[in-house]
Write a protein that binds this ligand. Structure first.
Ligand SMILES: *Cc1c(COP(=O)(O)O)cnc(C)c1O
Length: 453
């Protein structure tokens, strides 16, 4: 017996053989050439050769590539299919009915991966290219653990050793993702650790130092530089990461074509910018060519208002000042970790291409307090049945608000977003919300140093 059309309507699946076989790289299509990364030593563009000691060669090439499409290696496609990909595109019919909106709401199901988020889309590619060139160990840092668990999983798939510097306060307070990483066979060190010079200098002064993402990055980079067979991996911000995430938007574009729909609004949450860019850029390419007027909306926490209150300038990518200078919207690389539950949205800056598109007016951004964000997540849970990651809840909030505006105006807009993670390891945050313990907070002052006039 066949499922009737009305039941199937608008949950769109792609067959395995319809998976896109190339990633989309937006660099050649940007409205202005991207600003180069600068070496803080001489303020000249960074020599890609210098990056080879840190990153796998293929990733360095992709970082600066001006090829619009980059072929996905068969081994990576095979791993994607087993996540599994392609992921469904779902119409949130119950949420629409609850809101009594004439708008249509669609979401892409990236929360279905074993790691629970979109991050394996790049972790798999990074592990693969490292394995291919003979790297024995990959090293990275992680805050709450979403990135660390994705890289640990991908390292297991390609037979690499994996070492993760995990911010000590999360290591102690959020054991769930540490256990995931260890189960995948990764070595997880609370940062600051005794394993690096920089870590030791901090632990000597305070054995219970809480750590920060900036400290963990500094440790991971130092560790990488001490061993020739080790390379470093980064989970967001860089061009090659955004390119790998384009698999999400390329699939979604095919799925929308199958039902003859084109989104009017595409919204997403931005931590470093990779999941939103990955979903949005295959549609943004049409806007850059003047073919659509789709409204692109980046959603961030009011506690980390990089693109709504930050400054568009050159800044360090990390608080330890080990990275090159990158032109982006930033709150300053010393921005203190804000007291919010969305661990993935705490980064002070955002991906350079995304910032350029916001700066040129092709995208806009909005910011929310965490209580209103969790309220939206509760509505989603009670209508669609899904407990979303606190990060994702930011764009759920925007989608709901937009759908309610449509109710006022009678507009039948199509709203689309990436359901980039589930919240099953964030239940403490939900508990705090339900018990009215969440504080709304925003910075009163933002200090961004100027490096380039
Ligand atoms: C890491 C993470 C983010 C933030 O990173 P982006 O690079 O901006 O995507 C957002 N949502 C989830 C679920 C994450 O795990």
């Amino acid at each position: 017996m066949k499922v009737s059309e009305s039941v199937k309507e608008h949950t769109v699946f792609l067959n395995p053989d319809e998976i896109p076989t190339s990633w989309y790289n937006i660099l050649p299509d940007l409205p202005a050439p991207p600003d180069p990364y600068l070496d803080p030593g001489d303020m000249k563009p960074v020599n890609p050769q210098k990056m080879l000691r840190l990153f796998a060669q293929e990733l360095v090439m992709q970082e600066i590539s001006t090829e619009r499409y980059i072929k996905i290696p068969d081994e990576v496609l095979d791993a994607y299919l087993r996540l599994p990909r392609p992921t469904p595109l779902v119409r949130a019919k119950r949420l629409e009915a609850f809101l009594k909106t004439p708008a249509q709401i669609y979401y892409k199901c990236e929360y279905l991966s074993p790691a629970g988020s979109h991050k394996p889309n790049t972790a798999i590619a990074q592990a693969y290219y490292n394995m291919k060139q003979g790297t024995e160990r990959v090293v990275t840092e992680t805050g709450a653990g979403q990135w660390g668990s994705s890289l640990a999983m991908s390292s297991a798939l390609f037979g690499l050793k994996c070492r993760v510097y995990m911010v000590r306060i999360s290591y102690k307070q959020k054991p769930g993702r540490r256990v995931m990483m260890e189960t995948y066979g990764a070595e997880v060190l609370p940062s600051p650790s005794n394993n690096t010079k920089f870590g030791r200098s901090l632990v000597e002064k305070d054995p219970e130092h809480h750590g920060s993402l900036g400290i963990a990055i500094t440790e991971a980079v130092e560790d990488t530089l001490t061993d020739e067979k080790t390379r470093y991996c980064l989970g967001s911000v860089l061009n090659h990461v955004l390119t790998h995430q384009s698999i999400v938007g390329l699939e979604a574009k095919k799925q929308f074509e199958m039902i003859d729909v084109y989104p009017d609004v595409i919204c997403g949450c931005i931590g470093g910018g990779s999941n939103f860019a990955g979903f949005a850029y295959p549609f943004m390419t049409d806007k850059l060519k003047g073919k659509t007027n789709t409204d692109f909306v980046a959603c961030e926490p009011r506690a980390v208002p990089s693109t709504t209150k930050g400054i568009y300038t050159y800044d360090f990518g990390d608080s330890g000042e080990m990275t090159p200078l990158v032109r982006m919207y930033t709150l300053g690389h010393k921005y203190a970790a804000p007291p919010i539950h969305s661990g993935g949205l705490r980064y002070h800056g955002k991906a350079p291409s995304l910032c350029l598109l916001i700066n040129k007016g092709y995208m806009r951004s909005v910011a929310y307090h965490q209580n209103e964000v969790f309220e939206a997540a509760k509505t989603l849970a009670q209508t669609e049945g899904l407990i979303t990651a606190p990060e994702t809840a930011h764009n759920v909030k925007y989608a709901i608000d937009e759908a309610l505006r449509c109710k006022q105006t009678g507009e039948k807009k199509v709203i689309a977003f990436n359901m980039c993670g589930h919240g099953l390891l964030d239940l403490q945050a939900y508990d705090d919300f339900l018990n009215h313990k969440l504080q709304d907070w925003e910075p009163t002052e933002i200090n961004v140093p100027t490096y380039v006039k």
